[in-house]
Unconditional design. Structure first.
Length: 307
């Protein structure tokens, strides 16, 4: 435990130094600061990354529907894949990127509630399939740079990240002899209790008019068997440091080739998130020794109303 704490302390200092170095090489727009750092290079290292400041923002409501799949790599039993429905309430802030006439900086902070169930798909478990009904709530942040295609329209590739809590109710076959007993014991650690988790999502927003946005995205989420704070914090700081270094590289791309910036930001941010997700499928607090989590892969489509 002492070694883990020392490692986390080192990572905090390292992340702070990276942040200072990047801030020294970037310009800050005071008018755009509004109580958080709009420079993406500092977002992951600042508590205000999650601060909901409502000044100069537009309230927004998002409704989403999608397809989902459940997995845990050390469980042999087959899950019945559910569908999902999700509600988000939050605030959107948007501006021209560094006075560009064709690139915008788009940000959306929100709280959300979702349900994933086979009932939404009209499916019933067959044979040894395990059904699951999950309710999840949490808060998240979406960020992307978009291309203007009209006065009030844009195409915005994005990356988002959430912290959440999930309550999963597993439904086993009447004949439980069809299921491995070890699988049941592992799933009972989650059953009907709230578990902490995280998720990341990549997708594209299509801003049709000032007040209407269409969304399409792919989300990958993990539900932890237990919340081991120090190991989770250490794993999270490693991700934050990687994201911070990536932000510095993306800023250089924007300075040299602004037109390529939105696409590069989308690809690199989501590639890093995908890689971290793959590592956490085996160890929920990678690189630290820990159990495998339950994972959800979701394709989501929806609409956002901006007021």
């Amino acid at each position: 435990m002492l070694k883990i704490k020392l490692l986390i302390a080192f990572l905090v200092l390292y992340s702070f130094n990276v942040s200072i170095a990047q801030q020294d090489s970037s310009n800050t727009n005071d008018e755009w600061d509004w109580h958080w750092k709009w420079n993406e290079s500092s977002d992951w290292k600042d508590f205000k990354y999650w601060n909901f400041d409502f000044d100069n923002t537009h309230p927004a409501i998002s409704l989403q529907y999608g397809l989902s799949s459940i997995n845990r790599h050390d469980i042999q039993s087959k899950f019945l894949n559910p569908n999902l429905i999700e509600l988000k309430l939050g605030y959107i802030k948007e501006r021209d990127f560094e006075n560009s006439d064709y690139i915008i900086d788009h940000r959306y902070k929100y709280i959300y509630l979702s349900n994933e169930s086979n009932k939404l798909a009209g499916k019933e478990a067959i044979g040894s399939e395990i059904a699951a009904d999950m309710w999840r709530f949490g808060f998240g942040r979406l960020h992307g740079y978009g291309y203007k295609v009209g006065e009030n329209s844009a195409i915005i590739p994005y990356y988002s990240y959430t912290l959440n809590w999930s309550n999963i109710d597993f439904k086993y076959p009447e004949n439980q002899s069809l299921i491995n007993n070890d699988d049941i014991e592992k799933l009972n650690l989650y059953d009907k209790s709230f578990r902490f988790g995280t998720s990341s999502e990549g997708g594209v927003r299509f801003k049709l008019i000032e007040n209407l946005i269409l969304d399409a995205g792919y989300e990958r989420s993990v539900v932890f068997q237990r919340h081991l704070f120090w190991k989770w914090a250490g794993s999270g700081l490693l991700e934050a440091a990687a994201q911070g270094l990536l932000d510095g590289f993306i800023n250089k791309i924007f300075k040299s080739s602004p037109a390529a910036g939105p696409v590069v930001n989308f690809l690199l941010k989501n590639a890093l998130a995908y890689g971290i997700y793959e590592l956490r499928k085996d160890k929920m607090n990678w690189p630290f020794k820990s159990e495998a989590p339950i994972t959800y892969d979701q394709f989501k489509f929806g609409v956002t109303f901006v007021f």
